[in-house]
Design a protein around this ligand. Structure first.
Ligand code: PLP
Length: 446
């Protein structure tokens, strides 16, 4: 096994599927992050999304009121906060579970990358020009005819496929999504109903991605969206940080040395949480503390971030784990090396949780905040619990944060859920209710 910056006891917990908090020893060490994404690329992505906004508003009626911007509300969650926060501060939910068009955090990145490709083709064919303030013309019949010659291919656990499939087919591209065995049936059906070709693999996410990559190699008319190493996806996700900054300021939340911001992000292959972390660190520097959250069965980003720079991440299979989690969006065995090498110095740490714990949060979100999420999302709400553990407190001590906790802001990043069919959601909720009642019975008998 490759070198890992993990203690023996943490490694044992990972192998025995025990939940843990891992503090990143490479945090703030820029040497540990050899890939250096440029801040300029973030502002270019923001500008691109702005120029495409009129076209997006035309393609997707649900974007009419936001004038084509794909964004989710930041919601204060006092009821949930009073139940789960024993460390101080206010809790907000970033509701990407309700993100329009694709219903998950993967929308911003996936849509941004397809728009990058459409822009490049449109410029080459003279359908749009560098100085255009709007790319509305890429919705024309001529543009559709052009895009229809190309196939966009992607490998996914479900939600990235949904976002690529939805925007790709709306613009007129042919789209193919290679789905891992963890992908839910309803996500495949939703795509097929839009004319997207879905190829099902009885294997994990890495195999699905690889199959897509191989398919695209064969032709100049095929474009592969590479979730394992894509700066375009990464920057699309990162734009969320710019939007969040405005939302925090509208909510009168200060972020500075005396008012720290803690952000808890569910992580799969790492692109979405990595991109957002990159954007947030650029905007808030040392005043924001980003933690990733993973299921005990799939701590691939923990292993990737704990690895050495410029070396392939250790996969969970090398530690004898086998993905078995209801958090399908996070069901990834090997992290993106590119994301690890781009953000290793920015990440405060990673915590892992059992499916039971994330179901409990799913239940609380429903009953206390009337918010419906898929299981992958709910894990974000365990962030404040993590800060209250021995390791979490050690982090607060090391960064001299204890005295600022009353004025801190916590953001649980909810990453998917609004498209989950009613019956599917009800079955999650029933399971969550059962687990919640079991916890109650256990705590009463203590
Ligand atoms: C609901 C949900 N949350 C979080 C993630 C994690 O994103 P990433 O795989 O980019 O780390 C995914 C990925 O598909 C997801 O579907």
């Amino acid at each position: 096994m490759r070198k890992l910056n993990i203690t023996e006891s943490d490694l044992k917990d990972i192998q025995q599927c025990k939940p843990l908090t891992w503090l990143n020893t490479a945090y703030q060490n820029t040497q540990a992050a050899p890939v250096k994404p440029k801040s300029k690329a973030l502002y270019e992505a923001q500008n691109r999304l702005q120029r495409f906004a009129p076209l997006l508003a035309e393609l997707f009626p649900e974007l009419e009121h936001s004038k084509g911007l794909i964004e989710s509300p930041l919601v204060r969650a006092d009821n949930l906060n009073s139940q789960i926060n024993f460390i101080g501060g206010s809790l907000f939910l970033k509701t990407d579970n309700d993100l329009p068009v694709a219903g998950s955090i993967k929308a911003r990145g996936g849509i941004h990358e397809v728009l990058c490709f459409a822009q490049a083709l449109g410029l080459k064919q003279g359908l749009i020009h560098e100085n255009d303030t709007s790319f509305l013309n890429l919705g024309s019949a001529d543009a559709k005819k052009l895009f229809n010659k190309y196939t966009i291919i992607v490998g996914s656990t479900g939600n990235l496929g949904l976002s690529i499939g939805v925007i790709g087919s709306a613009l007129g591209f042919k789209t193919v999504v290679h789905m891992s065995s963890d992908a839910k049936q309803w996500k495949k059906q939703r795509l097929r109903s839009r004319g997207v070709t879905v190829i099902e693999h009885q294997a994990d996410y890495a195999v699905a991605v690889d199959a897509g990559r191989k398919e695209a190699q064969a032709s100049a008319f095929k474009y592969f969206v590479d979730d394992e190493r894509s700066p375009e996806l990464f920057m699309g996700y990162a734009v969320a940080a710019l939007r969040l900054k405005e939302q925090l300021s509208a909510a009168a939340r200060i972020v500075d040395a005396k008012h720290p911001l803690f952000v808890y992000l569910p992580a799969g292959v790492g692109g979405a949480p990595g991109g957002i972390t990159f954007g947030l660190k650029l905007l808030f520097g040392d005043h924001v503390h980003c933690f990733f959250a993973e299921p005990i069965q799939a701590p691939c980003m923990l292993l990737g971030m704990a690895g050495e720079p410029n070396s392939p991440p250790t996969s969970i299979y090398e530690l004898g784990l086998n993905i078995d989690t209801d958090a399908d969006g996070l069901a990834v065995g090997t992290a993106s090396q590119w994301v690890c090498d781009a953000t290793r110095d920015l990440l405060a740490g990673v915590f892992t949780a059992t499916d039971e714990k994330l179901y409990e949060q799913l239940y609380l979100l429903n009953t206390l905040e009337n918010i419906k999420v898929e299981p992958s999302s709910a894990i974000a709400c365990l962030g404040m619990h993590m800060l209250n553990t021995e390791k979490g407190k050690a982090y607060l001590t090391a960064h001299k944060l204890h005295d600022s906790m009353e004025d801190s802001t916590h953001i649980a990043w909810l990453t998917g859920g609004s498209f989950v069919p009613k019956e599917e959601y009800n079955s999650y909720l029933n399971k969550a209710k059962f687990i919640h009642e079991q916890f109650l019975t256990q705590s009463m008998s203590l």
